[in-house]
Each structure stands twice: as structure tokens, then as C-alpha cells.
Design a protein around this ligand. Structure first.
Ligand SMILES: NC(=O)CC[C@H](N)C(=O)O
Length: 316
């Protein structure tokens, strides 16, 4: 079966999916999303693309940005990063405060809100123009100069960001935030507000499937060793208290956001992005996970099984 046929088969099977979930409403700007949107975009290591559905439409990437800010901070400060944030799965919701006090203001990992806020603090300390520098980095990864922050979404989240305020203030009390709390939070909300399409996301994450090099221009973003570290954090922490379930069902390192996007990579082979705004109770795209589960099952591609021999399978 060819990739396009696989996508059609998945879309047909999930057309009347009855567990589509609810769009995020705790951020008012996201409550307007159309739950019926659905797109899947695949980029292979050879640079071929295959897609289905709403793959050019942009949406709020939300927590998917946490991987990209982590990569950027890792490039800037190296292993010193791990003094300020851990690498263990949290087993708790993305916005849970419980562990943070027990662990004295050191977040479990960089992909929960507390961890991503610390990463924002690091970027603000290291960069003169964090907003401009970060978006430039993203545009170059995606090969799309139009990628941008959405001021409306950032403002909307700021107006009701009480829990994130609690996170940053608790961490500041433990000495794990260097900059002004309000300014760091503003940067954090802006990173969450970035809008990208499935196409942008699949393209952007391809370097994590390519040992740290952007396969389009062969430019090295991070080393192969650093790539291993980022991918392992995605696998263990990318879906919060559903990381085990995602590994169990899909079997790839990946990251979700409450805008309904998910991106996952299969090292040395492909990067794939899905978008369906309905979320399950853990805040991850319900139909998105199902679609990826079907995709990795049909193509037998997951990081735990024997490597499929892609050339023989002739998907393209
Ligand atoms: N899981 C997510 O995508 C959460 C991001 C959201 N901006 C928040 O801080 O709550």
C-alpha cells in the first residue's frame, strides 16, 4: 500500500470517530477551534512528502513549542541545562503543581509547563532578543518565513494564566527563575501561541529524525548525541501522564499541544504531524493519537519493533 492510500484508509476509518474529545476551552482563544479539522503530513528522509486533509491550515502549536525551545536552550547552555530541569517523566498532568514543591522548584522535565517556563527563563538570560531570535530559528527549521506568534492567543492565555503564574512564583521562591516573572511568562505564552501547519511541523521536526541535521540544507542543528537526549525526553515526557499510553499504542517519540497538534518522529526514516483539535482528558489530541496508532501499525514502524525494510514495503 502506498502512503497516500494509507492516509485515505486512516481518514476513512476515523471519519465518524466517536471519541473525538473536546477542544481546549481554558484558553478562550482556542475554544473557537473547529473540532472537525483533520490533517496528516509525512516527510520522509528522502525529502518526499505525503499528506491528507487540512495540512496547510495553521493552528496554535501550544506545547509542541516546548521541544523547540528546549533544543534552542540546549544549544546555548549545553549540559548546564540539567541543573535547572530534570529528565524524568512526571506521570502527572502538564500543569500540575504537586511535584514542584516536593522537588524544590526543579521541574521534572522540560516538556511540562514548569519545565518549559524554566527554559524560557534561560533563553531570556542568554539572548538579547529572545522573541526575534527564537522565531528566526523556527522559520529556518521549517523553511517558512511566515511562521509567527499569535498576539491574540498569547493575550488570551495571559488573562487566565493563573496556574502558570503559580508555577513561576513557586520556582522563583526556590531561586530557579532569574528574570522578572511577568516577562518570562509573557515569553512563555508567546511561544505557546505560535501558529504552524501540519506541513510546517513535519518539516521542522525532521532534524530530530536525521541525527540533528536539517536534511533540506544539511545544516547541523544539534549533535547526534544531543538528538538522542531530546528524542528520549519526547518519548518519556511528550504526553505527560499519557506518555506510557502513547509509547504503548504508537511507539514513537513525539509531542502534543492543546491546540490539537501532535508531531512524532521515526529516527532515520520520517517525521509525521497530525492535527485534530478535540482533546482527551489528558489534553492530547484524541483522534490524532488514534490516527498515529493506525499509521505505525499499518507501516510497522515503531522504535521498539524490528526495523521495517522500507524499500521492500514500497510505500512511496
Ligand atoms: N499542553 C499544552 O499544550 C499546554 C500549553 C498551554 N499554553 C498552557 O500553558 O497551559
Amino acid at each position: 500500500m502506498k502512503y497516500n492510500e494509507i492516509f485515505e484508509k486512516i481518514a476513512a476509518e476515523l471519519k465518524d470517530y466517536d471519541q473525538i474529545g473536546q477542544v481546549a476551552t481554558y484558553i478562550p482563544a482556542l475554544a473557537k477551534a473547529n473540532p472537525n479539522k483533520f490533517g496528516m503530513y509525512l516527510v520522509t528522509r528522502e525529502g518526499h512528502s505525503y499528506f491528507h486533509g487540512d495540512t496547510d491550515e495553521t493552528f496554535s502549536i501550544q506545547s509542541i513549542s516546548k521541544v523547540l525551545s528546549l533544543v534552542y536552550a540546549f544549544k546555548l547552555v549545553g549540559t548546564d541545562l540539567w541543573k535547572r530541569v530534570g529528565v524524568e517523566p512526571s506521570g502527572s498532568p502538564f500543569n500540575s503543581l504537586v511535584q514542584l514543591e516536593y522537588e524544590q522548584g526543579i521541574p521534572r522535565n522540560p516538556l511540562i509547563n514548569a519545565g518549559a517556563i524554566v527554559i524560557c527563563d534561560i533563553l531570556m538570560s542568554e539572548l538579547k532578543n529572545p522573541y526575534q531570535d527564537f522565531i528566526k530559528f523556527l522559520r529556518s527549521l521549517a523553511g517558512n518565513p511566515n511562521i509567527d506568534y499569535c498576539k491574540t492567543t498569547a493575550e488570551s492565555e495571559k488573562e487566565c494564566g493563573f496556574k502558570n503564574s503559580a508555577h513561576i512564583n513557586l520556582m522563583k521562591s526556590y531561586g530557579n527563575i532569574e528574570n522578572d516573572a511577568e516577562e518570562v511568562l509573557d515569553f512563555y505564552f508567546h511561544l505557546c501561541s505560535i501558529e504552524m501547519s501540519c506541513k510546517d511541523l513535519a518539516q521542522t521536526f525532521m532534524f530530530l529524525a536525521s541525527g540533528g541535521k536539517n536534511p533540506v540544507n544539511n545544516k547541523r542543528i544539534i549533535t547526534a548525541q544531543e538528538t538522542k537526549r531530546i528524542n528520549s525526553i519526547m518519548l518519556l515526557c511528550g504526553f505527560y501522564d499519557e506518555a506510557g499510553e502513547f509509547a504503548f499504542r504508537v511507539g514513537l517519540p513525539g509531542k502534543s499541544g492543546v491546540g490539537g497538534g501532535i508531531v512524532a518522529i521515526y529516527p532515520d526514516q520520517y517525521s509525521i504531524a497530525v492535527w485534530s483539535p478535540g482533546l482527551n482528558t489528558k489534553g492530547n489530541s484524541s483522534k490524532g493519537i488514534k490516527a498515529l496508532e493506525l499509521f505505525t501499525t499499518i507501516t510497522q514502524s515503531n522504535v521498539f519493533g524490528p526495523s521495517p525494510i522500507f524499500d521492500e514495503l514500497e510505500y512511496e
